[in-house]
Write a protein of this length. Sequence first.
Length: 235
Amino acid sequence: MTAQTPQTLTVQNLRREYGPIVALDGVSLAVEPGTLHCLVGPNGSGKTTLFRILLGLVQPTDGVVTRPEATVGVGFQRPSWYPDLTVAENVRVFGRLMDVPADGWQAYVLDVLGLDRVRHRRAGALSGGYGKKLDLALAVLKRPRFLLLDEPLADLDDVAESQFLDFLASYAEAGNAVFVSTHRIADFATVLDRLTVLERGHVIFDATSEELATDDRSMTEVYAELIRPGEPGSS
């Protein structure tokens, strides 16, 4: 692991057991401010378990989790908004719940994510892509220092995906930490700062974008060579 700042989210020698099943075994990693960090791995690799531990939703069987005293924004695969409210109403309600000041940030987020054009549409009537964008908008309302997203590119078309990735990259460049759990490594290849590969509960690869740039193989090729066929682990 790299040198850590006081604002680094870290896990050390993490282990999580579910009865006889070991979902995570000896996992260590650091999520640094100012980086877009991708966690990839096949189904059953332990990504979801690690994600939940980072959020404090699940306790590890062993190991240490160090969470900085900073705001955390979260985006799950399932939407968190109210389907009967419009996009604008959702943003307003969540903003009040989180005590977010009306300083133009909300309007900026709606505009840059292309949500302004559907601001008066009921959230439950949105397409999958717009619904995903709304979920991201709500996750960053409070400008969290740490943004954790689970499969954020699901249901996005090419245009929406490009907008989404540009936003995540700029958010990380502003000094925030963006940690993404995904299986779509190729889509993040041009914007990620660090790649961690998880398989069967173990970290089998961890490198910065600079280290990856010295490899003649594409990220997809690196990933394909790392992942071994075999029986799945636990999610």
